[in-house]
Write a protein that binds this ligand. Structure first.
Ligand code: ATP
Length: 138
């Protein structure tokens, strides 16, 4: 049997995941990257996106809103300010965040506000995408 990858996902509020998995697909700044056991050491910046953990034929999905991934001989660690499993996503909250961001984008003048609103909108869209899919799956 193929060796498994040790994975940890850490947020400011919890150790979200710790275990051995077959594969991780993460959203980096240059696109989705799949990581298997034995991947070369690296540190990469994460984009907002869906993280897929593949193990024993099952997929576990989480919204990961930025952060870093480090891969070394011990395994893979993801450090992020915010991450939610698909069934933890509050779809209504994300919908409201989306509407707030869209309203700010319509009204705002300052560049820094535009950037912040764009980022908030992008976080909300990732959550809505995953949260809505989760709803359908139930
Ligand atoms: P909001 O404006 O609704 O707070 P945000 O994008 O500014 O959204 P973040 O700063 O990314 O929120 O996250 C703050 C905390 O709230 C994190 O712990 C994150 O996991 C959680 N969180 C944010 N939005 C949701 C959501 N829709 N469902 C579940 N948890 C969420």
């Amino acid at each position: 049997m193929a060796n498994k990858l040790s994975l940890k996902i850490i947020t400011p509020s919890r150790n979200m995941f710790e275990g051995e998995v077959d594969m991780v697909i993460m959203r980096t700044m240059s696109g989705d990257v799949g990581i298997l056991y034995g991947h070369q050491p690296m540190v990469t910046v994460l984009d907002y996106g869906v993280l897929t953990i593949k193990n024993d034929g099952e997929d576990k999905l989480a919204a990961v809103l930025g952060g870093f991934a480090e891969i070394n001989a011990e395994g893979m660690s993801i450090l992020t300010d915010a991450a939610e499993w698909s069934d933890e996503i509050d779809v209504l909250r994300a919908q409201r965040a989306k509407e707030r961001a869209e309203a700010r984008l319509r009204n705002t003048q300052a560049n820094s506000d535009i950037r912040r609103a764009e980022l908030a909108l992008k976080r909300a869209l990732v959550r809505l995408d995953l949260g809505a899919n989760n709803k359908q799956a139930k």
